[in-house]
Design a protein around this ligand. Structure first.
Ligand code: HEC
Ligand code: HEC
Length: 222
């Protein structure tokens, strides 16, 4: 019994190490350091350009992992890689803590029909968006058993909030355009720095239409 208690307290001591490290990250310093990121990601991590991901509210451990991956070259992007190269580990921890403390902003209803000048096209767009979002919502909740696409909800949560201890990213209110791009990168194995290539295994079973639908659904989650 005593032995078990000792083992338990040792286990607790070890699990608290990451939170101690996390407590050392300085949100105030992170805010200052994040000024160099604002032109693309927005001042509070809510980018206005839909090909630049929002970073606000994202779990700091996920942000740290991605920034280290850009720095090491495990994840590549012509705009992001050169920037991450110059960040120290302290910069990364501080900036991640800062973005994690901000709130992600909701998106406007997307336009899927390019030409929405007149009322007919507006109505057509609204209908197309509703259909896509409903289709995407089904996939998010249930996956597609017949084609072995896992339900996103299992790891990313019912509200797209992700799973902080596991490092599964928050997805809600992300720009649809970035989601489509990054899911396609998982599908084609361009983005392959994820644990056991989990997201590649899932995305490679998805059609382009499903990627689009689930992305629009996620972009509307708040
Ligand atoms: C010139 C524009 C630009 C600047 C400046 C910039 N980024 Fe990025 N960032 C991008 C783009 C584009 C992507 C998406 C890359 C991709 O598609 O894989 C990205 C992706 C990221 C991601 C991954 C997000 C995710 O959800 O996986 C993080 C984290 C990030 N940037 C942090 C930063 C930080 C921190 C800074 C400042 C030190 C910064 N960025 C500056 C353009 C920029
Ligand atoms: C078994 C768990 C699991 C399931 C199921 C899962 N994901 Fe993921 N997802 C992850 C992990 C882990 C990552 C982080 C990968 C990394 O570290 O680069 C991730 C990353 C992502 C990202 C990148 C987020 C960003 O900010 O760049 C998107 C988008 C995403 N998942 C969408 C989905 C969708 C859509 C589904 C359902 C079709 C799904 N995921 C199912 C575990 C999962």
């Amino acid at each position: 019994m005593k032995k078990n208690l000792l083992a338990l307290s040792l286990a607790l001591a070890f699990t608290s190490i990451p939170s101690i490290l996390h407590a050392e990250a300085d949100i105030g310093a992170g805010k200052e350091k994040a000024a160099q990121c604002a032109s693309c990601h927005g001042e509070t991590g809510n980018s206005l350009v839909s090909s630049f991901p929002k970073l606000a509210e994202q779990h700091p451990n996920y942000l740290v992992k991605q920034l280290l991956a850009f720095k090491s070259g495990a994840r590549k992007d012509p705009l992001m890689s050169p920037i991450a190269e110059h960040l120290s580990k302290d910069d990364i921890a501080d900036i991640a803590a800062y973005y994690g403390s901000e709130k992600i902003a909701a998106n406007d209803v997307p336009v899927v029909d390019e030409d929405e000048d007149d009322a007919t096209n507006k109505a057509k767009n609204a209908a197309a968006v509703q259909t896509l979002i409903a289709q995407g919502g089904g996939l998010y909740r249930n996956g597609d058993l017949s084609r072995e696409v896992s339900a996103c909800i299992a790891c990313h949560g019912p509200l797209g909030e992700g799973n902080k201890p596991a490092g599964y990213p928050l997805l809600k209110s992300q720009h649809a355009e970035y989601l489509i791009k990054t899911l396609t990168d998982f599908k084609t194995d361009v983005r392959s720095n994820n644990p056991e290539n989990m997201m590649h295994m899932i995305a490679r079973k998805m059609t382009d239409e499903e990627i689009k639908a689930v992305s629009y659904r996620i972009s509307m989650m708040k």
